[in-house]
Each structure stands twice: as structure tokens, then as C-alpha cells.
Design a protein around this ligand. Structure first.
Ligand SMILES: Cc1cc2nc3c(=O)[nH]c(=O)nc-3n(C[C@H](O)[C@H](O)[C@H](O)COP(=O)(O)OP(=O)(O)OC[C@H]3O[C@@H](n4cnc5c(N)ncnc54)[C@H](O)[C@@H]3O)c2cc1C
Length: 302
């Protein structure tokens, strides 16, 4: 007979790590699966200033602390990618790159990934001048000219971070004001090597083997200009990591998993926690909260 776990947690970001800590302390028989590096998106964050009790910590450091905390309690993380699920029966099936597992409950905490601009040669020039992570790739652009695309907190933080490395940073935003919180905007406007390009969108990436320039359209004046850059950092929002789910749970029109206030999805015994679900605020503090709630409700279900 195949082993049946009480719980399988998919994704080891802040939501999944918290779920694993609560599951361990509740002495559940569970499996914790991560496809890449435990820690999730915060490992790509330069500085975290809004997580209570831990100030001015780098994202990587906070991620390490969370992972270490779970490991110290005896949590094991199985490194494999979930590729397929079947939630139609009481005993659910999780298929990974290496194995098939069976479980009574599931917590989906697979987070979200950076959204692409969707321009024609974006995929070809990815890693050849186009990046979605300033903290990961910023160092490659020392004393060079880069552009950041976006107007939210991530875009503004990326621009400030890059302004300390690059010679010049353009911040290209499609509106005439930023969505980022005021404290981030203050930091941005203090940097004299950041130039704003307002009301504008990138329409084309130019370059054969490596990015050389971008075409930028001002949506108000309809004026198009070519801007020479060595790198572009795209920070235009996130899209949920749900490719393995197919039609197994209900999603909203943008693809985020719909849950109720107990984090239950449309499939009984399947819960969603953190950035992957339809929610108001995608942050570490709300992900951590989701992880704790999901395990508590899963325990009740069991
Ligand atoms: C650049 C940047 C800066 C940020 N700064 C802040 C900040 O200062 N403060 C703040 O509170 N929040 C910040 N955030 C948001 C914060 O990082 C997220 O809200 C938080 O990481 C979400 O946690 P999560 O556990 O839901 O998902 P994630 O952190 O995205 O973790 C999901 C995990 O699931 C794994 N996974 C995905 N698919 C699979 C699969 N098929 N099989 C197995 N594993 C899988 C991923 O590899 C990943 O490790 C920032 C985000 C970004 C991108």
C-alpha cells in the first residue's frame, strides 16, 4: 500500500515555511516540497523594512532565518517540482518531477513570478540584458545605463537599488504618478542619477544577441524615442505560479486561486496560502499569516 500523508505543502516561501513550522509543532505527518531554493521571493529582495521585529534585514538573510527556523524544528524540504495534481478524490495525488505522492490535505503556497511585458523578442533577450530581478542581476550593470519599467514599490525599490550600482537609471512608468508608497518615492527622488520617463511604455527591445536599446512611446504626446540602455529590469507586477493546477481549483479571472476566509479552495481539503491566492495585499506578513491559518484549518479538516 502506498503511503498517505496527512498534509503536503507545495512551495517553500514565507507562507509554506510558516505552514511547515505549524505542521511540525502540530505533529502532522507531512511532506514539504520546493522546486528551487527554499525562501521564495524574499530571497530576491534587497532590503525588508516592514516585517515587525526585524528591521533593515536583507531579503536573503530573512529567508535564511525562516528556513533555519523550520530546519531547527526538524522540518525536511524535498527539492522537486510539482507538475500535476489530482484533487478529485478524498486521497489527493501530487505528481512531481521524480515521484507520485498521496495525501489527505494540501496547502498550495507556490507564490507568484514576475510578469513579462509580452514584447516579441523579450524571451530571446532574457538574461542578455533583460532581467526580472534587480537584486539577482544588478551587479552585472556596474557603471552602465539601465532602465526599470514599472511604477509600484518593486519598480521604485529596484531603481533606487540600481542607482547605487549603475551610472544612470531610467524609470519608465505608464502614468504620471507612481503607485509606490511615499517613503519609497522619497528615496527615489533623492537619487540624482535616476531620470523619470513618465506616461510611457516600452514598445520594442532592440539588439541581436544582447540588448542595445529600447523604443519608448509617450502615450500622451504619441512621441516615440529610442533610448540606449545596457539593461532593462521589468517590474510590472506578478502572475501566480499555478501551471500544475490545470482545472483542479477555481481561479479568478486573472488566475489567482479563490479561497474563503479559512483559505479553503473549491476542492475540499485543499487550501491556498500566500501570494498565490486572490487577496488584497501580497506581502511577507500576510503570507506568514496565511501559512499559519491554512495549517490550523487543515488540522480541523483532518
Ligand atoms: C522584488 C520584490 C521585493 C519585495 N519586497 C517586499 C518587502 O520589502 N516586504 C514584504 O513584506 N514583501 C515584499 N515582497 C513580497 C514578498 O516577497 C511576497 O509577498 C512573499 O514572498 C510571498 O510569499 P509566498 O510564500 O506566498 O510565495 P513565494 O515567496 O513566491 O514562494 C513560493 C515558493 O513556491 C515555490 N514553487 C513555485 N512553484 C512550485 C512548484 N510547482 N513546485 C514546488 N515549488 C514551487 C517557489 O520556488 C517559491 O520558493 C517583495 C517581492 C518582490 C518580488
Amino acid at each position: 500500500m502506498e503511503k498517505v500523508y496527512e498534509l503536503i505543502i507545495i512551495g517553500a516561501g514565507p507562507a509554506g515555511i510558516t505552514a511547515s513550522i505549524y505542521a511540525k509543532r502540530a505533529m502532522l505527518d507531512f511532506l514539504f516540497i520546493e522546486k528551487w531554493l527554499p525562501g521564495g521571493e524574499i530571497a530576491n529582495t534587497y532590503e525588508v523594512e516592514n516585517y515587525p521585529g526585524i528591521n533593515n534585514v536583507s531579503g536573503a538573510e530573512l529567508a535564511d532565518k525562516m528556513v533555519d527556523h523550520a530546519k531547527e524544528l526538524g522540518v525536511n524540504i524535498s527539492l522537486e517540482s510539482v507538475e500535476k495534481v489530482d484533487f478529485t478524490n478524498d486521497i489527493k495525488t501530487i505528481t512531481t518531477s521524480n515521484n507520485t505522492y498521496y495525501t489527505k490535505t494540501v496547502i498550495i503556497s507556490t507564490g507568484a513570478s514576475a510578469r513579462k511585458l509580452g514584447l516579441s523578442n523579450e524571451e530571446d533577450l532574457k538574461g542578455r540584458g533583460i532581467s526580472y530581478c534587480a537584486v539577482c542581476d544588478g551587479a552585472l550593470f556596474r557603471n552602465k545605463t539601465v532602465a526599470v519599467v514599472g511604477g509600484g514599490d518593486v519598480a521604485v525599490e529596484d531603481a533606487v537599488y540600481l542607482s547605487r550600482i549603475a551610472k544612470k537609471v531610467y524609470l519608465i512608468h505608464r502614468r504620471d504618478e507612481l503607485r509606490a508608497v511615499k517613503s519609497n518615492q522619497e528615496k527615489l527622488f533623492k537619487q540624482d542619477n535616476i531620470e523619470m520617463i513618465w506616461d510611457s511604455v516600452v514598445t520594442k527591445f532592440n539588439g541581436e544577441n544582447y540588448l542595445e536599446s529600447i523604443d519608448v512611446l509617450n502615450k500622451k504626446t504619441k512621441e516615440e524615442r529610442n533610448v540606449s540602455v545596457d539593461g532593462v529590469f521589468v517590474a510590472v507586477g506578478m502572475t501566480p505560479n499555478i501551471s500544475f493546477l490545470k482545472d483542479s481549483v477555481k481561479l479568478n479571472e486573472s488566475g489567482w486561486i479563490i479561497t474563503d476566509e479559512f483559505l479553503e479552495t473549491s476542492a475540499p481539503g485543499v487550501f491556498a496560502a500566500g501570494d498565490v491566492r486572490d487577496k488584497l495585499l501580497r506581502q511577507i506578513v500576510t503570507s506568514v499569516s496565511d501559512g499559519a491559518i491554512a495549517v490550523t484549518v487543515a488540522q480541523k479538516y483532518l
